[in-house]
Design a protein around this ligand. Sequence first.
Ligand SMILES: [Mg+2]
Length: 249
Amino acid sequence: MDIHWIGFDADDTLWVNERLYREARTRFDALLASYGIDLAVANRRVDEIEVQNLQWYGYGVMSFGLSLIEAAVDLTQGRISGQGISQVLELTKDMITAEVELLEGAEQALAELSSAHPLLLITKGEPNHQHSKIERSGLRRHFRQVEIVPDKTPASYAEILKRQAVEPERFLMVGNSLKSDILPVVAMGGWAIHIPSDLTWEHEVVEIPPELRSRVFEVAALSELAPFIDTLKGSGTDRETPARRAGTG
Ligand SMILES: [Mg+2]
């Protein structure tokens, strides 16, 4: 295998992200409970509004916050108070200003890989917030280029690779999301390593078609990544590798 360029997802691949959403939802539940709202009904409605709004607001905390406000107004039938809305705004702001908590092994994996490979950081979401997290993470210096896209689609990857003059078969993407980091890349002839995260939004889980699975690998942790990529480069693609081939996911 002749892998040269390596792309990295950021949220829940290099640093904690989904846990902040879960914690915010717990705070939001407490607010709804104070209005006597059935939380099982509320959770379904919030999920629905959040996914519907992606097409208008995109991914990220701002979009999430607007969806929570919409859900609060909807579920309380307009009874939510100004103070209630303030609480939603506050929990959203707390997410935006939260400390960037690196996942174990992130710094070392990037330091090791960047000595032999140009690294691209490819993340989706709200540009201001993503830029701020990248700067605060201390990881920026390891990357040749940072790309913040509204969504991770085959077209957005194709555009990035074209701009960097990277052939897909020499590109490997590393990430926690089968939908955003793995499927679009292997579908265009690239390679991918899935590092499952403890928490992943259900919206990001998809099935990898059987014919593409030989282009997908799985490693359990960032600490295993650099040695695994070395092994991949030294082996034919048809040979068994030390890590498991990714399953359906
Ligand atoms: Mg991610």
